[in-house]
Design a protein around this ligand. Sequence first.
Ligand code: 0A1
Ligand code: ZN
Length: 879
Amino acid sequence: MKDAQPSTIYLKDYQAPDYWIDTTHLTFDLHEDHTLVTAVLQMRLNEAVNCGEALPALTLHGEDLDLVSLHRDGEELENDRYQLVKGSLTLPVEQPRFQLQIVTRIRPQENTSLEGLYKSNGMFCTQCEAEGFRKITYYLDRPDVMSVFTTKVIASQARYPVLLANGNAIDRGELDNDRHYVTWEDPFKKPSYLFALVAGDLEYVEDHFTTMNGREVTLRLFTESHNIHKCDHAMISLKKSMKWDEDVYGREYDLDIFMIVAVDHFNMGAMENKGLNIFNSSCVLASPETATDATYQKIEAIVAHEYFHNWSGNRVTCRDWFQLSLKEGFTVFRDAEFSADMNSRGVKRIQDASVLRTAQFAEDAGPMAHPIRPESFIEISNFYTLTVYEKGCEVVRMIHTLLGADKFRKGTDLYFDRHDGEAATCEDFVKAMEDASGVDLTQFRNWYSQSGTPVVTVTDRYEAETGDYHLTIAQSCPATPGQEHKKPFHIPLGLALLDEQGQLLPLNAEGDKEQVLSIKQSEETFVFKGCKSKPLPSLLRNFSAPVRVRYDYSKDDLVFLMKHDTDSFNRWDACQRLGVMAIEQLVERFDEQAEQAVDSQLLDAFGVLIADPKLEHAVKAEMLCLPTEASLAEQAEVIKPLAIVAARKKVKQAIAETHSAALLALYNQLSHERDYCPEAADIAERTLKNVCLGYLAALDDAESLQRMAAQYNGASNMTDRRAALGCIVDARHRDEHLVEQVLTDFYDRYKDDANVMDGWFAVQSGSAELGTVEKVQALMQHDSFDPTSPNKLRSLIGGFTGNMARFHTTGGAGYEFLADRVIELDKQNPQVASRVMMPLTRWKKFEPVASGLMKKALQRIKAVHDLSTDVYEVVNKSL
Ligand code: 0A1
Ligand code: ZN
C-alpha cells in the first residue's frame, strides 16, 4: 500500500526542486536478513527557485524504510528535529550548502514488489525507475535532480562474489568475516532512477568494442553459470547497436565498461541503468534449442533499446515523468529503425503498425486513454504504456517524415548538444527539431497534448473531361476522458495513385510517384491532374501516421492493391481489410446459426498470394496471417467474442481447404534441414513454413496431425518445435492423447529452463481447446509455476486473458478468476496486478452479458480495502 488517499499529480503543477544533490555516496552493507544503506549527500540550494531570506525545509521521498540515523553537517538530528510521515522525511535547513548522512535499514528479501532493492534467485538486484530509489534511502527521487554517484557494495565473498554498480570500478578489497567490497564511481550526473546495484554468484562473457574515437570499451554479460552459453546473441546485438548508434546518430559510448545482467524476476523487459543494464532473463538469453525466432528478434531489439537510452534517456534525461515519452518514444523509434536496418524493413513496419493498431488504438479508445505526454496521473507505473512508447515512437517518426532524414539528424544533433547533462522536456525536443530544420511544428504539438486516435476520412471524385482527380481528406478525433473536443492534427499522409494497370501515376510536375501530404485542416481537397482514368489511391503508405483511414474500398480494389501496390505495408493492409470484411460478414450473422459461405474473393486472393513466386517470404507470411482476434475486436463496434473466434476459425479453415495442395507444396518446399541461424532470410522461411503448418492444421485431418507430430519430434530448433506444439494443442479434440504426450515431452525436455517453461504455460492457457479456467487454476498449482515470478504470471494469466474463446466463456468464471488473482497479487506486486487486470477495463465494448459480468468483477476489485495506487487508479478510471 503506497498511499492512504491516492492523490492525482498534475503536469501543470511542476516546480523545480528547492535543493540539488551534487554528489551521492552510497554504501550498501548486504546481509541475509537486512541491508544497511548509508547515503552521504552534498546538498545545495536551488537559487533559481529560492531567493528569499529563509531557507525552505527539505522534504525527501522515502518508502518502506527504517531510519537508523540522520546527520546534517556532522550533527545528529534526533527525531524531534525532523518529521517522518508516510512517504517522506522533512528536516530544517540552515545553510545553502550542507551535507546529509542518512542511514536506513531495508529488507530486500521481503521486497516482493520488485521495485527498489530486492532478491531474485538468490542475487541482489535493483529496479529504480520510476520511483523505486525511495525504497532504498531517503532522497529527492525525481528525475530532474541529477547527481554524481559513488557506490560501495559490501557483501559475503562466498555468496556474492560479483558486486556491481554504475560506472567504473575504482576500488575493491577484502574485509573481515569473509566479506569483501567493490566501489564504483559513475562520473556522469544522473537521476536516482538510473541507479543500479547487483550482487550475486554470477559468471560473465566478455567482449570489447572500439568506439569511433578509438576508445576501448569492455563489454560484459552476466548470468547464472548454467545460462552462460546463451549470451552470444545478446552480445552480438550489443556490438551491432553500438556501431549503429555511431553511424546513424554519431553517438559514442562514454564509460570504460558496459554491463548487462540477466535476472529472472523482473517487472518489465529491461532497464537502462547507466553502464549497468538489468534485463529480464527472457529478453537476453537465447540458444537455438530454447529460443524462438521471435525471441531472437526481441533480444536484438531490447538490447539495442536499452543501449540507445545511454544518450536518449541517460545523457539527456526527463525533467519529470510526464515527459516519459521524450526518452521512450524517441528510443523506441531508434530501436525500430535499428531493427529495420538489421532485418526486413517492410516486415518490421507491418509488425509495429499491427501492434499499434491492435493494442494502442484499443488503449486510446479505452478508459485509461492519455496523450503521449499525460497531463495527470495517480501512479506513474501505470503510464509505461503503448501510448507513451509506441504511439510516442510514431510521433517521432512523423517528425522524421516531415523533416526528412538529413534535417532530422541535424535536429537530434542539436537536441543532444543543447541538453547533454540535463533533464529535458518534450517541448525541448520539438524545439530543437524546429530550430535545426526551419520546419514549423506549431500545430504538430497537438500530438503531444491530445489523446485518441484520429480518423481520416477520404473521399474522391474523378472528372473524365479534365482528367482531374479530387481527393478530399477530412479528419476528426473521438472524445476521450477529459478531452471532449480536439483541435486538428498535423498529419503526414503517404500517398500514391495507381492506374488501371497498377502503375503508379506521377503526382506533380516533377513526376514524383509518391508523396507525403501535409494535412492540417479539418477538411482539405487536393487535385491531381492528367489522370486518364479514375485512379485508385494508396493511402497512408508505410503507415505514415497513427490514424485510422476510412476509404470506401471495394473488394476488387483491395485485391488490386494486394497485387499491385509497391508499398509493403499497404499490400498487407489491403489483405487485412479483405480479411476483416470476410470475417465480419460471418460475425454479423453468427446468431442466426445459418450455414454461410466464406467470401470467394478472399479465397481467390489468398490463392494468388500463396502462389506468388516474387513476393518476399517474410511479407508473404505476414499477408497470409488473417487479422488476429484482438484486432477484429478492436475494430468491432460491439465485441462478440465467441462470434469472432468462430468466424475467424471458419475463414481460416476455408482457406486451408481451398488451397491445401498449394499450402502443402509451399510447406514442403520450405521444410529442409539446415543449421539454425537467426538471420532475416532464414527467419522468414521458418515463419512462412509455420504459417503454412497452421493452415494445414486447420484441415483437421489425420494427415496434418501426423505432420505436426513429425515436425514437433524432428525439430532442431525451438521455433519449429513451439509452432508444432501450438498446432497440436489446438487439435486436442482430435487426439487428446497426443496432446498429453507432447506436453509431457516438452516439459521433460525443458523443465529446468524457466524461460522455456513460460512458453509451456502460455501455450496451454492461451489455447482455445485447452485453456479453460479450471486448467489455468490447475496449472497455478503446478510445481514449475512460481507465483512470485512476473514472467510466469504473465504467461499463465496473460495467456488466458488473451484467449478469447475461453476467457469470455459464458458465466463470467474467467472474469471472477482474474479478479481473484488481481486482489491477491496486489498485496505482492502491484505493478503486475494492475497490468494483468487491463483486459477487464475494456468492459464497455463487449456485448451486454459479457460486459455486465466484466463490470461486476471490476466492482469487486474496487471494493477491496487498501488497494495499491496502481490498481486503485486503473479500477477507478475504468468504472
Ligand atoms: N525504462 C525501461 C522500462 C522500465 C520501466 C519501468 C520499470 O520498472 C517499473 C522497469 C523498466 C525501458 O524503457 O526499457
Ligand atoms: Zn525505454
